[in-house]
Design a binder for this molecule. Structure first.
Ligand code: LLP
Length: 421
């Protein structure tokens, strides 16, 4: 459920007409709903009710300060994967002890910054990384809390580019080597081993891969405890999928996911962390764009928008489907027609959808890409010197620009010309 609904023939974000935002900020833009963000966070928080837990929002999905602050005020922790994300979380007011640092290639500088600023834990992905964290902790005279990310060799049954839990993926240490790696970690005086971390992929639409992975984590917890490690926290990653098509897509609900966690791991008495990103932000955001031209091609009509692959890369990169709806609600019974929906960038890959049935549209009409809140704005670029598009946050009947569209001067002046030119 989200808060982007039609009312009196027009699409709204909560109580604000999308057309009003378009008139104020211009197109294209991203718009997020506070109520949807909070609702999705709450679903996870409620699903783990009865267990000691922390929902650490994977801020890579959408990392605007205003979004982070909205979630942090509701009690969310953050999962960060870079020094930049760590600083963003801190700038949004998230205390260090609610920030988990994940990622396969943390640099010494990033580790140093997080250890000096305060961190809940590092999710360590390799032995060389463990050595670096240990050395920096000793240098700073602190002890670094860590979990080790294990790779359970489970097929997440998702798009190959976002599956992370198979042995061929670069993530974590093979679960089969866990005893050895944990013994090594325990021997390092700058580290305190507190738990286990696992994340098997993103946009999972079945519970079975989670069940396989979490069952392995439960077995590993008991094994490591028997080997003398005080395993008391389990970070279970993110990955629960969202419905991208309204019609027929029904991935498991957070409550079902929570029940699975209780069933597979509840008996261990560990504190549970989860790192959902997409499910919190995905359906809490739209990308709104305007039709520039309608062009008749050979056997097809093209809808040419002012939004492009640089603004929303997911269709080009993952063949991802986004529902696209007209901002003015089509009259009942209006006949739909197929369009190829494209952006202005000079690549055939700049195609959002082929033969997509839409009501008849004309230049100037607005369309909204649904489910664009996660991995939308954060993955955008200025390819073709197209400015990063603004982000807007709605709260009931108010809206605010939470990231401005840069001017062309700002973009161009970021370059510097060497003195020999
Ligand atoms: N934790 C870790 C360690 C992760 O690598 C990820 C996502 C998450 C949590 C959050 O997963 P989520 O709940 O959002 O599925 N750009 C791609 C998705 C990449 C996901 C990468 N890791 C897309 O647009 O589909």
């Amino acid at each position: 459920m989200d808060h982007f609904l039609y009312s009196d023939g027009a699409l709204y974000a909560e109580d604000v007409p999308i057309s009003e935002i378009a008139a104020a900020v211009g197109t294209p833009f991203y718009v997020y709903s506070t109520a949807t963000l909070l609702r999705h966070f709450q679903l996870f928080d409620d699903a783990l009710d009865g267990m000691d837990h922390l929902v650490c929002y994977a801020m890579k999905a959408a990392s605007n300060q205003a979004i982070l602050k909205t979630l942090a005020q509701a009690g969310a922790g953050m999962d960060v994967v870079s020094g930049g994300e760590y600083l963003r979380a801190r700038a949004a007011g998230v205390p260090g002890d609610k920030i988990v640092f994940s990622g396969v290639g943390k640099t010494a500088d990033e580790i140093h910054a997080a250890l000096s600023g305060g961190i809940r834990q590092f999710n360590v992905e390799s032995e060389p990384e463990m050595e670096v964290i240990n050395a920096i902790a000793l240098e700073l005279g602190v002890v670094a809390p860590i979990t080790v990310r294990v790779n359970p060799d489970v097929d997440a049954k998702t798009h190959a580019k976002i599956a992370t839990g198979k042995s061929e993926n670069k993530f974590g240490i093979p679960i089969t080597r866990a005893s050895e790696v944990y013994a090594h970690a325990a021997s390092l005086p700058g580290l305190e081993v507190i738990g286990i971390d696992v994340h098997i992929g993103s946009q999972l639409t079945e519970l079975e891969p989670f069940e396989l992975a979490y069952t392995k984590v439960a077995e590993l917890t008991e094994k490591l405890r028997s080997e003398g490690h005080n395993i008391r926290r389990l970070d279970l990653g993110g990955g629960l999928g969202i419905p991208y098509t309204r019609a027929n897509d029904a991935p498991p609900l957070p409550v079902e996911y929570g029940a699975l966690i209780k069933k597979t791991l509840g008996h261990l008495g560990c504190e549970i962390e989860i790192e959902p990103g997409r499910l919190i932000a995905g359906n809490a955001g739209l990308m709104v764009s305007k039709v520039i031209y309608v062009k008749s091609g050979e056997g097809r009509d093209f809808l040419i928008l002012d939004g492009a692959m640089n603004d929303l890369i997911r269709p080009a990169m993952y063949e991802a489907h986004h529902d696209i709806v007209a901002v003015q609600e089509p009259a009942p019974g209006v006949e739909q027609q197929p369009y190829d929906i494209v952006g202005p960038v000079c690549e055939s890959g700049d195609t959002f959808a082929k033969e997509r049935n839409m009501p008849p549209l004309s230049p100037g009409d607005l369309v909204a890409f649904r489910s664009a809140g996660a991995y939308g704005a954060v993955m955008s670029s200025e390819y073709n010197t197209r400015p990063l598009i603004p982000e807007v946050l709605v709260h009931r009947d108010q809206f605010a620009v939470i990231r401005e569209r840069p001017s062309f001067d700002e973009i161009i002046n970021r370059d510097t010309i060497p003195e020999w030119l």
